[in-house]
Unconditional design. Structure first.
Lengths: 248, 246
């Protein structure tokens, strides 16, 4: 098995006459955290759906060695189930009933929601719900998280907290992550590599490595600089070359 | 407290209207006369017999309407073809008063339990199917994607995802439908009954017993409220609270 979790070779995808992705080649290594940013409607979510196998590409190939699990942008917890029951959905295929109880406790500790197992999702805050979604995705034997704007419904401070939580959780349980986000700062703060997509039909405009150790502060100079480069790449701020020079 | 005040005020108003002689004595009974009639109906056991007959019919018809209407509604909610094919028919019959079926109910089923149950079924089936369809079609697609990703399919998906997702709307639907069925059973028994509360109302009218008539009307209204109260308790089930608290 290769050390690459995903290899996309010259992948294009169209919905009917609308071409969404145009010749995207991308490799994602084991344990790597990549963030995918780009203008809205450019095909970020489509790229994620190709990685998950939900879509097959119109042309090109997708090699998938990882076992991915999706984390959605909307509330996707079942509101009629308790936190415990929602998390145990992720354990369906893995644990025996006796073992499951312990695994759920362990995950609740990981997301710092001990004592909330018997609560229903609507009794929790948005950030707490998002952590339960994370726990459900982490439960079981999957090694890759595909995250589709997971924090976009949260307010700014809660979002900052969730980024720190995610960094901490990944420290404890290493996963490969592909994160789709419109939040440039989030991408720069979390990812090992940021992939910047162009307008539809999307191509990769730029790949940006960020070397600073996680957890990174929003005000970490490398994060600030990377955010600047991405914004410039997206045509929102000044001259790309000038800003990029100290990074690469 | 407040309902009691309202109740007392209404009784007082009734008494005043009766004393003032607005209506002829035979056209409006006094509260006291109604109370005596009520006591008499309980003593001779007729009220219990009629109540049992009506409740039996409404329960049977209601359960049939739900048991047949929900699967059709689920099917229409999940399949576009089923919806296109069946929706016009369902809408047509939903707008046709079930009482229009009374002649056929009698021709086909005679008198007694069967025609009443048939009419209740006709009254309940179409709204049940429609409400179930709307609720099912409105389930966020993400729930099905999550179910699929975790290997929940087929019958398990129906019981673990689809039904729990529509349960709050189904409780509202049950309350509305039960109310409708209760209205229809009284009307059905008036024409195609030999017992039941509807028949009792008709019988009292024929005997010019307005005191009995009002006692029966009060019982009919009270039972309707009681049925709704019982079904409303379903909203206390923990796994449906999300629909009411968020």
């Amino acid at each position: 098995m290769s050390d690459k979790q995903f290899v996309l070779r010259n992948v294009s995808h169209a919905f009917g006459a609308v071409k969404v992705l145009n010749g995207v080649s991308l490799e994602i290594g084991r344990g790597e955290f990549i963030a995918i940013v780009g203008p809205s409607g450019c095909g970020k979510t489509t790229l994620l759906n190709l990685l998950s196998g939900h879509f097959a590409p119109t042309s090109g190939s997708v090699e998938r060695n990882g076992r991915p699990r999706m984390v959605y942008q909307e509330d996707s917890l079942f509101p009629w189930w308790t936190v415990d029951e929602n998390i145990s959905l992720g354990l369906r295929k893995v644990a025996q009933n006796g073992e499951r109880e312990g695994r759920i406790r362990e995950l609740l500790r990981l997301i710092r929601l001990e004592g909330f197992g018997k609560h229903y999702p609507h009794q929790l805050s948005g950030g707490m719900r998002q952590r339960v979604e994370l726990a459900r995705a982490l439960a079981g034997d999957r090694d890759t998280l595909l995250m589709d704007e997971p924090f976009s419904a949260l307010d700014y401070l809660e979002r900052l907290r969730m980024r720190r939580e995610l960094a901490r959780i990944l420290e404890e349980r290493s996963h490969t992550v592909a994160l789709v986000t419109h939040d440039i700062e989030e991408a720069a703060q979390l990812a090992d590599r940021v992939v910047v997509l162009s307008e539809r039909p999307a191509q990769i405009r730029r790949e940006l490595r960020i070397h600073a150790r996680r957890p990174r502060s929003v005000t970490d100079p490398e994060v600030v600089r990377a955010a600047g480069v991405i914004l410039t790449e997206l045509g929102i701020e000044g001259d790309a070359k000038e800003l990029a020079s100290p990074l690469k | 407290m407040f309902p009691l005040v309202t109740f007392a005020a209404l009784t007082l108003l009734w008494t005043l209207v009766w004393r003032a002689g607005v209506f002829h004595q035979s056209a409006l009974p006094s509260p006291a006369a109604v109370w005596r009639a009520f006591a008499e109906e309980i003593r001779n056991g007729r009220l219990a017999t009629d109540l049992t007959a009506s409740l039996f019919r409404v329960t049977l018809g209601f359960f049939l309407a739900v048991a047949l209407g929900m699967p059709v509604g689920l099917w229409m909610g999940r399949s576009l073809r089923a919806r296109l094919a069946l929706l016009p028919v369902v809408n047509f019959f939903r707008n046709l008063s079930p009482l229009a079926w009374i002649p056929f109910a009698i021709l086909w089923f005679g008198v007694g339990d069967s025609p009443a149950v048939f009419l209740i079924l006709m009254a309940g089936f179409f709204p049940v199917a429609l409400a179930t369809m709307a609720a099912t079609a409105g389930i966020p697609e993400v729930y099905f994607r999550v179910a699929e990703a975790h290997g929940i399919r087929g019958v398990e998906r129906l019981f673990q995802v689809t039904l729990p997702a529509i349960m709050p709307e189904m409780i509202t639907m049950l309350r509305v439908t039960a109310g409708l069925c209760w209205l229809v059973v009284v009307a059905a028994e008036m024409i195609a009954g030999r017992d039941g509360l509807g028949f009792a109302v008709m019988d009292s009218r024929n005997g010019l017993r307005t005191d009995l008539l009002v006692a029966e009307m009060i019982v009919i209204g009270a039972i309707g409220v009681l049925i709704d109260r019982v079904l409303m308790r379903l909203t206390r089930i923990p796994s449906v609270r999300w629909a009411y608290e968020r």
